[in-house]
Each structure stands twice: as structure tokens, then as C-alpha cells.
Design a protein around this ligand. Structure first.
Ligand code: ADP
Ligand code: MG
Ligand code: MG
Length: 868
């Protein structure tokens, strides 16, 4: 079995397709060598080795021998020798997993420096540079391999910088650097009881070991949990010859995106630092300079020929990989080296724009584009923005690092953010800068603000991936001692007070501000058109009121799959009539209340039909038990009693009489119509007269779909069909009758129901409850333990239980179609927007899925992806 793969322009054993074996970084480094991009040579230890390492916790003998062989190859390639005190080879030991996990795994740079080789390096390339590298090496090795606290070292650097007024390592002179090296070595001695390792072989193997071990560190485990990355993949390790961005002022390091990762605009977007090494840009400790643009110090102005070369590389890599790239580069004394390329993380907005642009540029096909869209990303675009009508003073401004608006109270530590989230509170996490340790807190926070760092800092990259608002380098932000408050100029905000941040503009405001839904971009609309062209099932919305219907239409709903008529009764100006209807004994009172309700429902239906402009609308007749409408509050009971001329006592008796032990399985759905046909009668008239009037007044043809809930027997259905037909005699309206399939018995007798039903709509919420005998409201308490014990993989109310509930759906479809081949089939439960469940529904042959208006677009996207 081959353990290691070499990469260089002249000898390359890997390529992009070997991602599983070489990790993303390794596979792309090899691919870049293959297509002639300048990459420092090196070799990749495969992910299979990591899997073995995770079992044995040590590097095998075979592996150690192979590493030696490959180091020899590298030495002859470069013409330097590892550990040689005249002409030393230095290498980086870089992690690189299959799925990108930015910054989560460890990397060690400048391996191969010791008291002897540093002298050799100094003679060859300058003393200042050599000791700068030695400082960096000891600092990184100590933290990654020796597991010493990074701050022990950073504090020394900070205090030396302060003493000499320097801004970074690059401004310190050799003597100071030498002193820092000595201080560092003392700390290592003191903390570990051993000298800093001088043996370069030991440095190399221990670094490889530590990088493998970082696969198991807490933050990496958390990151994989949040991003659903499997535990067993493992990371590869890349050993690569160092190139030095910290050599002199003609050297630099940076990160560049081939398109703008916030907006998607086709324009290079990057940052760099002169005389610095890789981590400096990403760590957020220094504020880097832009690649190009108006500013005085840009790469375009300072290093024009390297800049032009970099532009060409960007174009080549993007064309080759057919996607926006995030590229890490280093310039060593005027020569450009590329150290990494990968598909760049981007905001939801940018993702959409890039896809549309690339399809239009002919780089990818529509179908490729649609398949690339992550349904979650898509969802992010529907996030609220600040209501511009509200004029709120901006108290601070920083870099707009990740768009969106969030409000919450201020906390200063990741652990406070986690604690608050556990209590269901919204917080804004405010930090000097974030680091990978903060990942759980960042996940818990609604938004993030940092005092330092640029657009490619850790905070910016991670939040864009999470779809969370973030502001970096907030101007003048000072975090008070003991993290009790923050201040900007004379404005002070205490821990626990709330702020609102706008990650799209970089603005911070006091308090919690109202938000509205965003306007959808032109590119977004283009994507929707493509999705509509490609998908094969319809997507409708569940909408109960004219207001919902409007939203549903705006989101491109192709009809209403479920209009729950009872929701129309709950409005404050209506509830009293349904209450009177239920409580009154007097026939007159009841007729009065019924007439009032009929009028209101008719006007609602008219409005809904009119908004939907002839698209299909399925109306479900009254479903919940009557008891749900009755008051529990003394003053309301008194009011009703008074208006009905009854005693409070008798109203209370009626309420008690209607109450049920188990209302979900009680007097509800079509059962209400069997005992009180007048309510359904009223609803049917309201539907049909609305349709008929609308045709006369607006020439809109509607064919309402009347749906009967909670059917379990054929006879029930026949009786209600008769009721509908009798009412319909008075109207010249086209309509259809169908049933919900939400009880196992209904699914089993679907062949008989289909004799009378023109459509079935699967009410998967109730069907899940009744099939599994699992109460939706009570199961939350024990579902977690069911998931932990692996009885359920998912919450069955979120992801359809295909094995059981799905089987009933299959049976119902098969039996229903046997009786009525053209029967229309739909889904109207919460599962209608769940990607996994939609896949099952489409394969089962439904005509449409219906979900909440805000999820219509996501459901459409998933439907299109499944049709490709
Ligand atoms: P991460 O996966 O956290 O981005 P990398 O392995 O990419 O870690 O290393 C971090 C940074 O270290 C890179 O951005 C790069 O600038 C620098 N680096 C890594 N290897 C080398 C090398 N061989 N020469 C110079 N710089 C390097
Ligand atoms: Mg990197
Ligand atoms: Mg139901």
C-alpha cells in the first residue's frame, strides 16, 4: 500500500481526483503542479495513514522510513539538506482534510530550524530573516506539538513590540529577535522540563504526529459536528518546502479570492502583508492591505509584476476548477508561489450571483449550477434586513465581513455566548479577534463583532460559511478590562445591553431594531426561472389567510396545498362568533353566528382566490376539536355569557362538557361534520359562493379543491360528499372533493376512498403521530434519548420515517391509483420542505408538495436538484 505521494512540477504522483486519499489541499497542490502553476515541491501523506494513526496513536515504522525516502527526494529537488548547517532545507507540515475545515487543524511552519541551521540560514539569506523565522518556528512548534499556551509566547512578542514601538515582528531588529528566541527557549525549558528539540528528524516526525492528532482536537470535532462531516475520514499531511514571505520587503504573503466572496462580483478580492508569513494574514492579529483598488499601499502598486502574474494564475485556476477560488500565496524576493487553492466560501448572495455569471460565461451548465446550490445557502437569502424606514443612529462602523442583520445582547466570550444560547437568548459575540477555539460560541451567537482582522480573517470566513452577520475591525472598539463593557469614543455598552449589527454595511446600532424581508436580486430570480424549468413536481404553499397567500405568491408558490380554515376563525374580530356558535342553545343565535362566519369566510376565500389568480387552492374544512376555540379566561367567559344572556355558570359547564382527555384523537375533523353538519355546510357555501362571485366580478376561473380532514372510513366520506353536493346544487361552480390521508386506516382503504375522492393529500404530521403513536407535542421530551440510543436517526416530525409512515404512503398511492388512475396526489405536512423527505415523495410519484411560504423556494430548488 502506497503511503506517500510526491508533488512537484516535474514529478507528480497525485491529481485533483484523488481528494479522498490526498485531502483537499494535497489533491489541489498536485493538480496545480500538473497544470504548471508555481508550487513549492513536497509530498502528501495519505488520509489512510491518519485512519491507521487514530487507531495506534503512533507513526508506523514503514511510514517513518517512507518519510525519510521522500525527504531525500525533496532535498535533491531543492538542492538543500534538511538539518544542514550551511544550506538547510526548511519544510512546512500542513494538515489537509477531505472536506475543508479552515483553521481547525494544525500546521507547523519553518520545521528544520535549530541553533546550528539558523546560523546557516542567516549567512545565506540574512540574519534578521533567519531569527524572525526561528521565533515563528519555536512559537508554532511549542503550541502545536508541545501543547504550550500560545499566549506565553505572544505576550513576549507584544511586550518587545511595545518597547520598541514596532507594529509587527518585521519591525524588530536582530538583537531583539535573538533575545526573544532565548526567552522562548527558556519558557519551553521551564514548562516542559526539556530543551527545545534540536534534532530536526525529531521535529519533523513530532510535527507530523501532532498534525494527525489535531484531527481529534475539540474544536475540530465540534466543527465536524456542526458541518456534518464524518469522523472517520481523517486528514492528510502535506510536507512542503518552505518559501519565505518574511525574507525582505520584496516578499509578502496573502490570500486572494477570484471573485468577491460577499457580493459575488467578478473582481479579484484579496489581502496581503509585506515581509510576513502565512498565518499573519488569516490570524486577524494584523490588519492587512488590499490587493488592488484606490488605496496607496496595494499589491498592484507595490509589487506590480507579481500582481499581474497573480491575476493570470487566478484566471487559470478558476477556469480549470470551474468555480470561484480561494488562493493562498507567498512572494519570496519577487517570485510568486501558490500554496493552496480551493473553492472559496461565500455568502448566499455571492453564491447565487457567481452561479448565474458562470452559466452566462459558459463556464458551467444550468444544471451544474443548480446542483451546486446548497439549499441552506438558498434559505439564507430570505433572511430579514433592517427596515430602512426606521432611523436609528449608527454608533460604530467596521468592515462588512458577512451580511445579514442580527440583534442581541452583548457578550465577550464564546462560553457566555453558549450559555445564553442554551437559555434561548440572542447574543452578539464581541471579541478582539476570533480563533478556532471560539467555534461553538460563534455557532451559538446571532452575530459577531471583532476589533481586529480583515475580510479574510477567521471571524469573517467562518461567519460567511454559517450565514451569520459579522463585522470585523470595528473602528475604535475598545473592550473594557474584565470584559464588563465595550466602548467606542464616548459611547459605552455594558455586557448584557443589546445592540443590532448590520453585517452588510458594517454598521452597529443600539437596541433591538425591527427588520423586514429583503428584495430578491435579479440573479436570484434567474435561478428561480431555471429551477422552474427543470423541476418536475409542483410546489405549493400552506397558506391560511390572504396575507399568507400574498407571501406565498411572492415566493413563487404554484398554488395553495393547504388552507386551514380554522385559522380564519382565530382572528380577534371573529373568535367571538365561533364561540357563540358553539355555546348558544338558541337556534336563532346559532344561525346568526353562522351567517356572520359565512360572510367572513367568503370574503377571505374571495381574496385568496383572487390573489392566487386561478392557481389551485386546496381548502381544508374545519379540523380541530371545538373546545380549542373556547375561552379559559374569566373575563372573556363573563363577556360571552352576558352577550348570550346566559349565566357564567352555564357557559363554564358547556366548556367543561366539550373538553376532552385526548383531543388529538377526539371529536375533530370530519367527525364534527357527522354530528354538526351545519358548520361544514356554512364553509362549503362560503367557498362556492366566493368562487362564483369572483368569476362574475373578475373573470377569474377557480376550481376550489375541497378537502375533508381526518377521514377513516368510506361511509364518513360518502356522507360528507353528499353534504357538499347538496350545497353545490345552488352554485354553478367547478370544484373537486378530496381527502387527507392522515390516519393509517385511511391509507389502507385508499382504494375505496378513491371511488369518491379526486385527490389525496398526505397530512404527514398527523399520519406520523397516528402511525407511530407518537404525540408531536409530548415527544420532544424523550426524542433526544431515542436519537442517542440510535432508535431514531432524526426527529420523525422533521424527516419523514420512510420505513413506516412512508410505507403507508406507498400503499395508499398504489391502492388509490388502482381505483382512480389519474388521482391527484400531494403532501401538506412539514415534511414538504425537508430535502430528504422531498426525495421520497418525488420518487413515490406525488404531483406536488406543499410547505410554509418561506420554504417554497427551498422546496423548489430541492425538487429541481432531484429532477436532474
Ligand atoms: P490552513 O489549512 O489552516 O490554512 P495551511 O496549511 O494552509 O493551514 O497553512 C497556513 C499558512 O501557512 C498558509 O496560508 C501559508 O501561507 C503558510 N504556509 C504553509 N506552507 C508553507 C510553505 N511551504 N511555505 C510558506 N508558507 C507556507
Ligand atoms: Mg490554508
Ligand atoms: Mg391533520
Amino acid at each position: 500500500e502506497k503511503l506517500i505521494y510526491y508533488f512537484s512540477q516535474s514529478n507528480c504522483e497525485g491529481n485533483a481526483a484523488m481528494r479522498n486519499l490526498l485531502g483537499g489541499k494535497g489533491a489541489n497542490l498536485a493538480e496545480m503542479c500538473n497544470i504548471g502553476i508555481p508550487v513549492p515541491p513536497g509530498f502528501t501523506i495519505s488520509t489512510a495513514v491518519c485512519q491507521a494513526y487514530c487507531q495506534d496513536n503512533e507513526l508506523s515504522c514503514d511510514l517513518r522510513n517512507e518519510i525519510k525516502n521522500y525527504m531525500a527526494m525533496l532535498e535533491s529537488d531543492i538542492g538543500c539538506k534538511f538539518g544542514d548547517s550551511n544550506n538547510p532545507l526548511l519544510v512546512s507540515i500542513r494538515s489537509g482534510s477531505v472536506n475543508s475545515m479552515p483553521g481547525m487543524l494544525d500546521t507547523v511552519l519553518n520545521v528544520g530550524l535549530n541553533d546550528a541551521t539558523v546560523v546557516g540560514l542567516a549567512k545565506k539569506s540574512g540574519e534578521r530573516f533567519a531569527y524572525d523565522s526561528y521565533c515563528r518556528f519555536i512559537m508554532m512548534y511549542s503550541s502545536v506539538v508541545l501543547q504550550l499556551d500560545h499566549h506565553l509566547f505572544q505576550d513576549i512578542v507584544d511586550s518587545e513590540q511595545q518597547k520598541s514601538g514596532a507594529k509587527s515582528l518585521a519591525d524588530l531588529n536582530v538583537d531583539v529577535l535573538k533575545k526573544i528566541v532565548n526567552d522562548f527557549k527558556e519558557i519551553v525549558c521551564e514548562k516542559t522540563g526539556k530543551h527545545f528539540p534540536q534534532n530536526v528528524e525529531e521535529q519533523l516526525l513530532n510535527s507530523v504526529n501532532a498534525v494527525f492528532a489535531s484531527w481529534k482536537n475539540d474544536r475540530a470535532v465540534s466543527y465536524r459536528r456542526i458541518h456534518n462531516i464524518p469522523e472517520n475520514l481523517g486528514t492528510a499531511v502535506n510536507v512542503q518546502a518552505m518559501v519565505f514571505g518574511n525574507l525582505n520587503d520584496n516578499s509578502a504573503t496573502g490570500v486572494i479570492f477570484t471573485r468577491n466572496p460577499s457580493t459575488g462580483e467578478k473582481k479579484l478580492f484579496g489581502e496581503f502583508l509585506v515581509n510576513a508569513q502565512g498565518e499573519d494574514v488569516v490570524s486577524g492579529v494584523y490588519t492587512p492591505m488590499p490587493i488592488d483598488g484606490e488605496q496607496e499601499s496595494t499589491m498592484e502598486k507595490l509589487l506590480p509584476s507579481v500582481y499581474r502574474e497573480l491575476c493570470a494564475v487566478c484566471e487559470k485556476l478558476e477556469r480549470h476548477n470551474k468555480d470561484m477560488q480561494d488562493i493562498e500565496f507567498t512572494v519570496q524576493d519577487g517570485k510568486l508561489w501558490i500554496l493552496q487553492t480551493r473553492s472559496g466560501k461565500r455568502t448566499a448572495e455571492a453564491a447565487i450571483r457567481i452561479i448565474v455569471d458562470m452559466v452566462e460565461e459558459g463556464a458551467i451548465t444550468k444544471e451544474e449550477g443548480i446542483l451546486r446550490i446548497d439549499p441552506k445557502t438558498f434559505d439564507n437569502l430570505l433572511h430579514p434586513v433592517l427596515d430602512v424606514k426606521i432611523d436609528q443612529e449608527v454608533i460604530g462602523k467596521g468592515l462588512p465581513a458577512s451580511p445579514g442583520v442580527a440583534s442581541g445582547y452583548v457578550v465577550f466570550s464564546a462560553s457566555d455566548a453558549e450559555k445564553a444560547a442554551e437559555q434561548g437568548k440572542k447574543v452578539i459575540l464581541v471579541r478582539s479577534e476570533t480563533s478556532p477555539e471560539d467555534i461553538n460560541g460563534m455557532n451559538a451567537a446571532s452575530g459577531i463583532v471583532t476589533a481586529r482582522g480583515g475580510m479574510t480573517s477567521h471571524a469573517a470566513v467562518v461567519t460567511r460559511g454559517m450565514g451569520k452577520p459579522c463585522i470585523c475591525s470595528l473602528n475604535g472598539l475598545y473592550i473594557g478590562k474584565d470584559e464588563k463593557f465595550l466602548s467606542m469614543g464616548d459611547i459605552k455598552v455594558n455586557k448584557g445591553e443589546s445592540i443590532t449589527i448590520n453585517g452588510g454595511t458594517g454598521e452597529v446600532m443600539l437596541g433591538i431594531l425591527p427588520t423586514i424581508l429583503p428584495e430578491l436580486s435579479q440573479e436570484f430570480k434567474t435561478i428561480i426561472n431555471w429551477v422552474d424549468e427543470i423541476k418536475t413536481v409542483k410546489v405549493r404553499a400552506n397558506a391560511d389567510t390572504p396575507k399568507d397567500a400574498k407571501i406565498a405568491k411572492e415566493f413563487g408558490s404554484e398554488g395553495i396545498g393547504l388552507c386551514r380554515t380554522e385559522h380564519m376563525f382565530f382572528a380577534s374580530d371573529r373568535i367571538e362568533f365561533i364561540q357563540k356558535l358553539i355555546i348558544a342553545d338558541d337556534e336563532n343565535e346559532r344561525t346568526n353566528a353562522l351567517n356572520k362566519l359565512e360572510e367572513m369566510q367568503k370574503s377571505d376565500f374571495k381574496e385568496i382566490f383572487s390573489i392566487m389568480e386561478g392557481r389551485e387552492v386546496t381548502i381544508r374544512l374545519l379540523d380541530p376539536p371545538l373546545h380549542e376555540f373556547l375561552p379559559h379566561n374569566q373575563s372573556i367567559i363573563e363577556k360571552i355569557a352576558k352577550s348570550l344572556n346566559k349565566s357564567v355558570e352555564s357557559v363554564k359547564n358547556k366548556i367543561a362538557q366539550l373538553s376532552e382527555k385526548n383531543p388529538m384523537l377526539g371529536h375533530r375533523g370530519c367527525r364534527l361534520a357527522i354530528s354538526h353538519p351545519e358548520i361544514y355546510g356554512m364553509q362549503i357555501r362560503a367557498i362556492l359562493s366566493a368562487a362564483s362571485e369572483l368569476r362574475k366580478e373578475k373573470k377569474i376561473e377557480v376550481k376550489p379543491e375541497i378537502m375533508i380532514p381526518f377521514i377513516m372510513s368510506e361511509k364518513e366520506f360518502i356522507l360528507i360528499c353528499e353534504l357538499i353536493k347538496k350545497e353545490a346544487e345552488n352554485f354553478d361552480v367547478n370544484y373537486s372533493i378530496g381527502t387527507m390521508i392522515e390516519l393509517p386506516r385511511a391509507a389502507l382503504i385508499a382504494d375505496k376512498l378513491a371511488k369518491h375522492a379526486e385527490f389525496f393529500s398526505f397530512g404527514t404530521n398527523d399520519l406520523t403521530q397516528t402511525t407511530m403513536g407518537l404525540s408531536r407535542d409530548d415527544s420532544v421530551n424523550f426524542l433526544d434519548s431515542y436519537k442517542e440510543s440510535n432508535i431514531f436517526k432524526n426527529d420523525p416530525f422533521e424527516v419523514l420515517d420512510v420505513e413506516g409512515v412512508g410505507e403507508l404512503i406507498r400503499i395508499a398511492i398504489e391502492r388509490g391509483k388502482k381505483t382512480r388512475k389519474e388521482i391527484k396526489l400531494g403532501i401538506c405536512g412539514e415534511h414538504g420542505a425537508n430535502p430528504q423527505s422531498i426525495e421520497f415523495f418525488i420518487k413515490s410519484g406525488v404531483d406536488y408538495v406543499s410547505c410554509s411560504p418561506y420554504r417554497v423556494l427551498v422546496a423548489k430548488l430541492v425538487a429541481a436538484q432531484l429532477s436532474i
